[in-house]
Design a protein around this ligand. Structure first.
Ligand SMILES: Cc1cc2nc3c(=O)[nH]c(=O)nc-3n(C[C@H](O)[C@H](O)[C@H](O)COP(=O)(O)OP(=O)(O)OC[C@H]3O[C@@H](n4cnc5c(N)ncnc54)[C@H](O)[C@@H]3O)c2cc1C
Length: 544
């Protein structure tokens, strides 16, 4: 590391989610001594692991995309934060290389965790028993459209071309833009309008495709990051392209193995993680324009001094619970209260006996209910539970049997539900929903005989997100991704009123989902480097 006063700076990062860990690694690479303080007794935040009766359940993210973002992190070394390097490969369409042992992670990633490609990316089951395997392969996609809705073959080509343009502009060129001022946003607004990227995604897809089934196939993906397809801007059509371009991957041993790899990387670089260390207050010295973050105080009264503080915790929790009142502007308080929070989730983790019958499932399956638009309105607007649920079913033991005892499968099924603004008594509805999901998976033949085969189960409701993760109103994915909460209108990575205070992770720019959160960490690290005058050693690059 070069620059600054020559003395090593100290940072505290609040939270060990993907965002906190990625930022910690980058800060250590920049030569900043970083301590991550985590409320939970283990790392990962939403990506924590639940071990139960010999089964290993990833509690959250399972669909890994953009493996080169991980490779960047694992390749960081002291004096080589990689911040000055290009954000995307020179040929962005070159597929990730798969080594002889089937791993798709790069050489640095392989030292920490084994990542493998998953195909199909998703099997999307419709209510009438048919399904669509989405695997990014143009020939197989066309063949399935020809069977399901031949009238949409041309429309798909046009949708594909439009989504590609949005991906190239919105992700490859602008994805890493920090919208720190209004002008940056105003400059790109006309172009987003030209690309029709501000229209709601479902309506954008419907412009090209007549089949309701295909409209669902090509609009459900933002649900995996808390977006309502009926409202999320069509900018999110880029997710389709991100997956198509770089594939969908899985960490052997589960996402938990990836999290452990990131912790190991951080600690090898000299960073420290403290668990069971909930932050009670961010310490801010000075008044007015001279306000500066000076460290944090933990619940047990321990004070940790630092030159900079970055919060990976929920953005509203940070603004209203962690920042002292004198450090907040009245408009920040109003904005925090006015944030529309994303939906929440009910997740049922279950283990069942493998009775030798093949499952009609892929590693990642989307089980769509009869209704789609009605369900989305119930979850996002009317805020009521709907019996006709859609589910994301994850059966990782189809790829990695080590996650369950021999002769068994580990699985979770995730259902979008309203956040805690809804009037739902989860102490009653939780067990009921768990029973209903088991019955549904059994009766519809997704896991035949599940009632008899199930050997362990547990679940989380929106209250888990609220109580354990400090997620405002029990949101599953931070603030809802809608236009008025995007770009400059989303929490900035550098706090506007307190120097030395940063925000990283799904609550801040650019948004939720593990790739965006890793981007958030890089954007934040760049701002820190700029503010502290830090840069990589030229020799570190020369030596590569
Ligand atoms: C069930 C589920 C499935 C998902 N599936 C996918 C998927 O397949 N692919 C994908 O890309 N994304 C997926 N997502 C989204 C993705 O998991 C998140 O966007 C991402 O993990 C968020 O990371 P983060 O670092 O921003 O926040 P978090 O993971 O929420 O981490 C924040 C951390 O801060 C800690 N914290 C909070 N307050 C304090 C405090 N006061 N003091 C100390 N620590 C504190 C919390 O305990 C937590 O560990 C999924 C999310 C969920 C919930």
């Amino acid at each position: 590391m070069s620059g600054g006063s020559g003395e090593r700076r100290r940072a505290v990062v609040i939270g060990s989610g993907f965002g906190g860990l990625a930022l910690g690694i980058r800060l250590q690479g920049l030569g900043v001594d970083t301590t991550i303080v985590e409320k939970q007794d283990g790392p990962g935040g939403r990506a924590a692991v639940r071990e139960q009766d010999g089964f290993v359940f990833d509690m959250g993210p399972t669909v890994l995309t953009v493996p080169h973002f991980l490779e960047e992190l694992f390749a960081i070394e002291p004096g080589r934060s990689g911040l000055a390097e290009p954000d995307f490969p020179a040929d962005p369409y070159a597929p990730p290389t798969v080594s002889e042992d089937g791993s798709s992670g790069g050489p640095a990633t392989r030292r920490y965790v084994r990542i493998v490609p998953i195909r199909p990316y998703y099997r999307i089951h419709f209510h009438d028993g048919t399904w669509f395997d989405y695997d990014g392969d143009p020939a197989s996609t066309r063949a399935q459209i020809a069977t399901l809705a031949p009238e949409d073959l041309d429309g798909y080509e046009r949708f594909h071309a439009a989504a590609k343009e949005i991906f190239e502009r919105g992700f490859l060129q602008l994805g890493y833009t920090h919208f720190g001022d209004l002008n940056t946003m105003l400059r790109i607004a006309p172009e987003l309008v030209r690309l029709d990227a501000v229209r709601p995604l479902y309506s954008f897809v419907a412009k090209y495709l007549k089949s309701e089934k295909l409209r669902r196939v090509f609009s459900f993906e933002p649900l995996l990051i808390g977006g309502n397809p009926l409202r999320v801007p069509a900018l999110y059509a880029m997710i389709h392209f991100v997956e198509k371009t770089w594939g969908v991957h899985f960490a052997m041993g589960g996402t938990g193995a990836l999290v452990r790899g990131l912790v190991r990387k951080f600690e090898e670089l000299g960073g420290t993680v403290r668990y069971d260390a909930e932050v009670d207050r961010i310490e801010v010295a000075g008044r007015g324009p001279h306000r500066r973050a000076r460290g944090v105080t933990l619940r047990d009264g321990t004070r940790l001094d630092a030159d900079l503080v970055a919060s990976n915790a929920d953005a509203v929790h940070t603004a209203l619970r962690l920042l002292p009142e004198h450090a907040r502007t009245p408009s920040e308080t109003v904005r925090a209260h006015g944030r529309r929070q994303s939906m929440s989730l009910f997740v049922l983790y279950f283990g069942f006996r493998d009775d030798g019958r093949p499952l009609p499932l892929a590693h990642h399956s989307i089980l769509l209910g009869r209704s789609y638009r009605e369900l989305l309105r119930d979850v996002f607007d009317r805020k009521v539970l709907n019996d006709d649920v859609s589910q994301y079913l994850h059966v990782p033991t189809l790829t990695d049997p080590s996650l369950a005892p021999p002769g068994h499968h580990a699985a979770y099924t995730l259902v979008p539900v309203p956040n805690l603004t809804a009037d739902v008594d989860w102490s009653l509805e939780g067990p009921r929903m768990a029973d209903r999901l088991v019955a549904m998976l059994d009766d519809r033949g997704y896991v035949p005989g599940l009632r008899e085969r199930i050997v362990t189960r547990s679940f989380v409701t929106p209250e888990h997100f609220d109580r354990n993760l400090n997620a405002w109103l029990g949101n599953g994915f931070g603030p809802e991704p809608i236009l008025r909460q995007s770009a400059w209108l989303r929490t900035h990575n550098r706090h506007g009123g307190v120097r030395g205070l940063y925000m990283v992770g799904q609550g801040a720019q650019p948004g939720a989902g593990t790739p965006s959160v890793m981007m958030s960490a890089k954007m934040t690290a760049r701002l820190v480097a700029q503010d502290l005058g830090l840069h990589d050693d030229a020799n570190a690059y020369a030596a590569r």
